[in-house]
Design a protein around this ligand. Structure first.
Ligand SMILES: *Cc1c(COP(=O)(O)O)cnc(C)c1O
Length: 333
């Protein structure tokens, strides 16, 4: 089942080399091990905390760089200023499935001889100007957690650029075994189990339809929220195929409530929105003492973290419920 799912995902995603994992976090930790990353790594504070935790678990110092106000991904204009002699890699996130500026990042990385790893937890099935966004960087790491577009309850995968790298990662996820009696690296147990893989194969059958149904919800939200003062949606995917995994809105000063007031109000009416991503990773105790965590370094991320609200989105979300959520936000109910 494991091998069949790897094959099926390669076909579905349009990638050549994919290794299944028991979750994305172990995948990120293993990806950093596979490339022997150390020293400092440039990353974004605007992500799920596992992104930076994977660096700490490898003894690496995260260096946070502010985000672009439109894409909410790491701002390529600010990467170079954060590079030091200790920098070895860039760990970027395709936030909400919006592709990073992969060309600029590749260009900077090659100029400074840095590795690039993408936390692609949100980017299942996303394409950009030249096919799957997962083909960029040295490695891309997916999450198949239950909250993601494609899930195996818990799960993940690493996409590699070469068969040699896939083989190395397959060894690392299996304790470092090369054959029955030979262990060549300090591997981990990162394998996806057979039951999860079987579930993934079943789920993959409906993926096209599931993404199409999410797209309809996305469209209904955009139409219903259009023109509402103080509520801003992110741009529609213009780069290629999105996966509609999240529906983030920014609650800006023109709106009647603050983001937290709107969050509480919606919750009181039984609508559970999520503040992804708040607090910023750089605000958590193990990161906030870093020089790059200072407020002056991250003005855009700090503002967005105060304004962001992700609305419910899933394939069977009924049209009537979407309409009710829009009416609640428009303060008609
Ligand atoms: C969900 C998520 C992860 C962690 O994935 P797991 O499979 O739960 O370990 C990492 N990074 C981002 C951006 C995520 O959204």
């Amino acid at each position: 089942m494991h091998q069949r799912l790897e094959q099926a995902l390669c076909e579905f995603l349009g990638v050549r080399h994919l290794s299944l994992f028991n979750n994305c976090t172990i995948g990120l930790i293993t990806a950093l091990q596979a490339l022997r990353i150390n020293g400092e790594v440039i990353t974004t504070p605007y992500s799920f905390v596992a992104t930076a935790h994977s660096l700490l678990w490898n003894g690496i110092t995260p260096v946070f760089v502010d985000i672009d106000p439109e894409t909410l991904n790491i701002d390529p204009d600010r990467i170079e200023a954060a590079i030091t002699p200790r920098t070895t890699a860039i760990l970027a996130v395709h936030c909400y499935g919006t592709p990073c500026d992969v060309d600029r990042i590749r260009e900077i990385a090659s100029r400074y001889n840095l590795r690039v790893i993408y936390d692609a937890a949100h980017a299942f099935g996303v394409t950009c100007h030249c096919g799957s966004v997962l083909q960029h960087g040295d490695l891309s790491v997916l999450s198949f957690h239950a909250t993601k577009v494609f899930n195996t309850f818990e799960g993940g995968a690493i996409v590699s650029a070469t068969p040699e790298m896939k083989r190395h990662i397959d060894q690392l996820k299996n304790f470092g075994f090369v054959d029955e009696v030979t262990v060549t690296s300090p591997g981990i147990n990162g394998k996806m189990n057979e039951v999860q893989a079987a579930f993934g194969l079943l789920q993959l059958r409906d993926m096209g339809q599931s993404i199409a149904r999410r797209q309809r919800v996305d469209g209904a939200y955009r139409q219903g929220l259009w023109g509402l003062t103080g509520i801003r949606c992110l741009p529609e995917p213009a780069w290629g195929q999105g996966n509609f995994s999240y529906f983030p809105i920014l609650v800006e000063p023109g709106y009647a409530l603050t983001r937290d007031e709107l969050y509480d109000f919606m919750k009181s009416r039984g609508v559970h929105c999520r503040r992804y991503f708040y607090p910023l990773i750089s605000a958590f105790p193990m990161y906030r003492g870093l020089p790059s965590s200072r407020h002056v370094n991250l003005p855009v991320a700090e503002r967005v973290a105060q304004q962001i609200l992700c609305l419910p989105i899933y394939p069977d979300l009924p049209e009537t419920t979407v309409a009710r959520i829009i009416d609640l936000i428009a303060r008609k109910l």
